[in-house]
Design a binder for this molecule. Structure first.
Ligand SMILES: Cc1ncc(COP(=O)(O)O)c(C=O)c1O
Length: 413
């Protein structure tokens, strides 16, 4: 995969796109094949007796098959939603509606969570009275701590807080701020059978191989637009037993087997969670994005490339920046393994960090500055916000060089 596959770069000469943690660019192949689908095969799915509807429906289910293959589950365990945020809301609301989660229960979250994995629980906790607790991280003050422990889960804190009242554990597999990959499998193995385990895979599924059976989760959510599909297509993997036992957050067309004026009978399958017309075009875009990933050698190739970039980036940082370490504070683990190519930093002598983003933008480099929808993490770290550069498969060493060139310019000024 090179930049040549992505028309955004030809259309914006000199663009250095380092905001992939927020959303990724789309390959020409995905754009072309989605347009082809819309131009030739599009109609609403479910019970259409004509060929267009059948062709659309076939692709919708082919998309679920591709997703299931990608994360190691069955297509019948895949619910399509609109993004990770919607997926976590759907699950949180369903757990409450089904009385799985009740007044005296505890939901355990990571302090590192994105707001999308905090607010859905907080809003329900206010209404239904359950408690939320947060698992801390291990953070060292040392500037260069190479240990893998830095920014990792504080396991002692986890053991202390995971008591008999905890009914749900919902954590991210990878931080969108520090880039740290967490050992969610270790969490999965520690949980009691009756604890519901949700993993937010928004920053992991696009970057490395994730297998739901290996991480022992009951539920995995992620979002298509961060892995080269279009926006507004999200995925919820839900374990079979919960598909049966949970009630949906909303209902409507497509969710029922029968309705009359006094009663209804919901589907027993994932269909009961997909009320109304789904994002058929988004589902096809996700299918095409996965086909594109396969065509370039699979997710492992993306991981390998990003690892090389991480290596190159860290090398540059330690050779060119070590001496001037006072000028930059980094908010990520220094180990090369166990992380994705996301780098958040602070220039302590610049009060307004948005100014840093603007300086990068002037040089045609797109980074993101702020709280990255992770205010509790920033508060835990004692920071107002950070600047974040996040790389993907189409980024190359020149992009890393450009990043440091701009950083050098800023520190000189
Ligand atoms: C870790 C994490 N979780 C959830 C989300 C929310 O994703 P979406 O906006 O697609 O719902 C993001 C987005 O940045 C994220 O990084």
């Amino acid at each position: 995969m090179t930049k040549k596959d992505f028309p955004i770069f030809a259309n914006n000469p000199g663009l250095v796109f380092l905001d992939n943690g927020a959303s990724t660019q789309k390959p020409q192949m995905v754009i072309d094949e989605v347009s082809e689908f819309v131009a030739h095969d599009y109609a609403n799915i479910h019970r259409g007796m004509y060929s267009l509807s059948e062709r659309s429906e076939e692709l919708y289910y082919k998309s679920k098959e591709a997703v299931a293959g990608f994360i190691g589950c069955k297509p019948s365990e895949i619910i399509y939603t609109y993004n990770s945020t919607y997926g976590i809301n759907l699950i949180a609301q369903s757990l409450v509606k089904s009385k799985f989660l009740k007044k005296w229960d505890v939901v355990l979250l990571g302090i590192r969570e994105h707001h999308s994995n905090i607010l859905p629980w907080q809003i329900l906790a206010q209404e239904y009275g359950f408690t939320i607790k947060f698992i801390d991280l291990m953070v060292s003050d040392e500037w260069l701590v190479t240990s893998d422990e830095n920014y990792d889960i504080n396991w002692k804190d986890f053991e202390k807080k995971y008591d008999k009242n905890v009914k749900v554990v919902a954590v991210s597999q990878t931080s969108n701020v520090t880039g740290k990959i967490y050992d969610v499998q270790k969490i999965g193995k520690k949980l009691r059978e009756e604890t519901f385990f949700l993993v937010d895979g928004s920053q992991s599924v696009p970057n490395f191989a994730v297998n739901v059976a290996q991480i022992w989760c009951d539920c995995l959510v992620f979002t298509g637009h961060k892995m080269m599909a279009y926006t507004w297509i999200g995925v919820v993997y839900l374990k079979k037993e919960y598909i049966k036992s949970l009630s949906p957050m909303i209902a409507g067309g497509g969710t029922v087997e029968d309705v009359d004026t006094t009663s209804y009978r919901l589907h027993g399958s994932v269909d009961k969670f997909e009320a109304g017309t789904p994002n058929i075009i988004g589902a096809v875009s996700l299918l095409k994005a996965i086909e594109y990933i396969t065509s370039i050698g699979g997710i492992q190739k993306i991981r390998e490339h990003e690892q090389q970039l991480v290596h190159y980036f860290m090398n540059k940082l330690s050779t060119e920046w070590r001496v001037t370490s006072k000028k930059i504070e980094i908010v990520w683990p220094m180990s090369v393994e166990g992380r994705i190519a996301v780098f958040s930093f602070v220039l302590p002598w610049v009060k307004n960090f948005n100014m840093i983003g603007e300086k990068f933008a002037e040089a045609n480099v797109c980074i993101r500055c702020g709280g990255h929808c992770a205010y509790p993490l920033h508060k835990f770290l004692g920071r107002e916000g950070t600047c974040r550069a996040s790389f993907y498969r189409y980024n190359d060493k020149n992009d890393v060089d450009k990043f440091f060139e701009v950083l050098n310019e800023i520190t000189k000024s």
